[in-house]
Design a protein around this ligand. Structure first.
Ligand SMILES: CC(C)(COP(=O)(O)OP(=O)(O)OC[C@H]1O[C@@H](n2cnc3c(N)ncnc32)[C@H](O)[C@@H]1OP(=O)(O)O)[C@@H](O)C(=O)NCCC(=O)NCCS
Length: 181
């Protein structure tokens, strides 16, 4: 495989990213979710791509979420969607991209990143089942093993409570992930 470039998304990548998301998840729900996340208040410009032979082949975004903690709402990050173009899947690209995205969070204040997804995949990045750390999922439709959290080192004030996702995820009814994922 030629060299994989992992970098922050730029404005010029927008259409290519949308195509990768559509190829990974289907053209309807998740690309529209990403469009709406981009224009919402939870968009933090934490959007990363993997480029191979000059083409964007994978994408991941992290956006704002909250933990409803006893001491008040705590700002955290939510990882997703994560998309790898199907013809480039199972080559380590998703692993490399998520690892790089988490590294890029150094210097931020949020104590945690959350994800809803396959624990067989996300455990490699240090995600653990959220309820074991004292968190509750954002919906009863999220199966416990898929609701995962990854503490970010060096942040003070560990929090616990329910994860709260913003309205964008509810408008698209994707809090528990795509129906066929
Ligand atoms: C899931 C996805 C992001 C994985 O990306 P990838 O680049 O293929 O992943 P990697 O090559 O880094 O790792 C693949 C390995 O992870 C493991 N794995 C566990 N669960 C997996 C899953 N649901 N999909 C792919 N691999 C998975 C396997 O061991 C796999 O190894 P293999 O290639 O030998 O079978 C990608 O297949 C994708 O975009 N799928 C469609 C969209 C999606 O489901 N996104 C995640 C939503 S939570």
């Amino acid at each position: 495989m030629s060299e994989l470039v992992l970098r922050a998304e730029s404005a010029a990548d927008r259409e290519a990213v949308r195509a990768v998301v559509a190829a990974s998840f289907g053209a309807d729900e998740v690309p529209a979710l990403l469009d709406d996340l981009r224009t919402s208040s939870v968009w933090l410009d934490l959007s990363f791509v993997a480029e191979l032979e000059g083409e964007v082949v994978a994408h991941v975004a992290l956006t704002r979420a909250w933990v409803d903690a006893p001491a008040g709402a705590a700002e955290v990050l939510f990882l997703g969607p994560l998309s790898v173009r199907p013809d480039r899947a199972h080559a380590g690209i998703g692993t490399a991209l998520v690892s790089q995205a988490i590294e890029a969070l150094a210097g931020r204040d949020e104590p945690l990143v959350f994800v809803v997804g396959d624990p067989g995949y996300y455990s490699r990045f240090g995600f653990v089942q959220g309820d074991l750390l004292g968190f509750r999922p954002p919906s009863a439709r999220v199966p416990a093993p898929t609701f995962q959290a990854r503490p970010l080192p060096g942040r003070p004030g560990f929090v616990t409570g329910a994860l709260v996702l913003p309205d964008v995820w509810w408008r698209h009814d994707l809090v528990a992930g795509p129906a066929d994922a």
